[in-house]
Write a protein that binds this ligand. Sequence first.
Ligand code: IFM
Length: 413
Amino acid sequence: MCYTSGMKKFPDGFLWGAATAAHQVEGGNIGSDWWEWEQTRGRERSGDACRHYELYERDFDLARSLHHNAHRLSVEWARVEPQEGRFSDDALKHYAEVVLALKDRGIEPVVTLHHFTNPLWFARDGGWEDRRAPGRFLRYCDAVVRILGKHVRYWITINEPTIYVSHSFLFGVWPPQARSLWRMWRVSRNMVRAHVAVFRMIHQVCRDFGLREPAVSIAQHMTALVPCGSGLRCRFASWLRHKIFNESFVDALVRRRALDFIGLNYYSRQLVEPSNWGIRSLLSDVCRENHRPVPKNSVGWDIYPEGLYELLLKLKKYDLPVMIAENGICAEEDASRWIFIRDHLRSVSRAIGAGVPVTGYLYWSLLDNFEWEKGFGPRFGLVEMNYRTFERKVRPSALKYAEVCRTGVLSAE
Ligand code: IFM
């Protein structure tokens, strides 16, 4: 890392780009549990989303024009295996074409195999709670990896497992809207098993086909857990939350030697202030007094770039490369997007300087997209989406980020 008058030069070969996920951009994901759930919720529906399923080449042209050399996308299980054990050749061919479209543009694909959505048949027949879930997920991944393996080196098996299990099985906000510690625990256990099985399968397929060593991980969502006060309760609760929400899934996979790198998704901070020593309070109470105010994104999340540096330093103990698999802001005003990216890249650069092997940065997201239960309101994109005409418009922040992608240098201003 070179520091010249505040300028930061990132390592050669650093991956620069953005991320998307199938359900949020493709449109028409009719065979998935989310699609069904949206129809019954009286909320905004994903519908055509960004029509990325048909317009992906246009989007990748934009990514190339913005000097991205990497792009994270997800394969939609519901499209690839619309009925149990029946694979869609059309869908598999489509994703092969998508990956080749990236390669043709000199963009390294980072492929996610599960990003929150499930095929309907799977969800209706026990979903992730069922003991058959790891085997079913493995069968689907095997079909994908056999087709895409030649062209893909970076794999993310499961996106944000902790967010998925907590939102779907504990807080009851995503399908199947369960509120049960026991159900959450079963799903977590099955996801660990599923990841480990897929990790081994990908390595085996690469050996069998004589392909280069793959790099397989999850994308782990981590929040900076900052004690509001210096008292024991705040500090203990922050430590406990970090262990449970940020590290436990990673630890389970490290123990099983099933991570080649750590995919880190980072967005925000939680100012921890438990009102008592009860377990609920220790795990969820936050400061309500705005004691240490910071700017917020358009859905109220604290913007806290220092948190990325602090978390990266904590990841050093794993002795694994780290890829920032997501980091982004939803904002009404685009000016704050560049400030967000710049400040978070400063944190990444500081962490690299402190010896953390960060290998890439993928902004969330390339396009404005469908933000789950919040609908199309939050605007995360480097590219603005007109959901009526499907016109794409590059935002000024994207051009500033493009300069960093082109040069590998973050200038001082
Ligand atoms: O849109 C999501 C994405 O699907 C997973 N990570 C967080 C993003 C912003 O909420």
